[in-house]
Design a protein around this ligand. Sequence first.
Ligand code: FMN
Length: 343
Amino acid sequence: MQIGTLTLQNNLLLAPMAGYTDLPFRLLVKRCGAGMVFTEMVSAHGLVYSNGKTGAYLATTKEEFPLSAQIFGVDECIIAEAARCIQERGIAAIDLNMGCPVRKVVKKGAGAALMNALPLAQKIIKAVRKAVTVPVTVKIRSGWDSRSINCGTVAAMAQDCGADAIIIHPRTARQLFAGAADWAIIREIKHAVTIPVIGNGDVKNRADALRMQIETGCDGVMIGRGALGQPWIFQQGYSGIHPGLATHEHLPAALFSHIDLIERVYGGSVGPQRFIPHLFHYLKGIPRVKALRRYLGSDVKTLDDLRRTLIEFFQGSFPERPAVEGTGIGFCAAMQAAADPRE
Ligand SMILES: Cc1cc2nc3c(=O)[nH]c(=O)nc-3n(C[C@H](O)[C@H](O)[C@H](O)COP(=O)(O)O)c2cc1C
């Protein structure tokens, strides 16, 4: 698949997901075979004006090439400057977030609010196009609400402003994650533009990915929640029709590689907390997991503790015992918190 000057090895892309798509997870997914990976959304204002903290979201290595950095904001000059900073870091592409429905983002006029402010959206895409030579993509929703479905108009406008591809998550901003993604809208976008269209929404396995391509004619498929707890969804030859069966085969290798990557990226002293949101997803539907959760809630303080516990669990020598109240790192509560999807 081609996005502007960039040739991807395949057309399966990892979606930007705040709190999840950090460097270790992107590296894991890339190793599994993803054609392209995305950072979570990064504030353009934060990148240009503030501290290293925002910049830390852009940490990358050559191994995950091609990486796209997603930015959000509302001022075209600041967004263009942020895009320049990203290009200078050697990042392969820039994605403009015009689909985020989260209140603190849209109340400032950014994210999905831009679908209701087309003149500003137009200025932003043109300014970024002018500022950088790397490919620029735009990620949109169907529209603001069911009475204002305007993604066809937005996609055509983005193409006219020089965007290299459109990523469409066919739910309205108001819908958040409710209901099913309306794949018919992906097909409509495909008819509205000539640049590549990347479909996104509710792809849980490889069969869904294939079905999305066949039903909509989209050029690429972006996978978000379907990659959480099963990064091997990107693996060649993995049919994924019965994820439950595949789980046992792939799970331990993915878990341990992921922990190793967290250690490599964040250093040996990093605690297991970075892994908590992912662990919750890896463990979904696994037998005997309740006992494991109790154990994690009381005794696991380092990545080595975590490895040891998981080895015992997978070897079947895992001791079932009651939780110790008030100790440990709060895995259980944190795992519950991680269950709430954000955007
Ligand atoms: C936890 C979480 C965080 C997300 N963060 C972002 C984000 O930073 N930027 C963005 O454009 N979309 C974000 N999304 C939306 C996804 O990129 C994707 O559009 C959506 O989840 C639908 O695809 P899926 O059904 O494959 O998950 C997020 C979704 C989730 C579940």
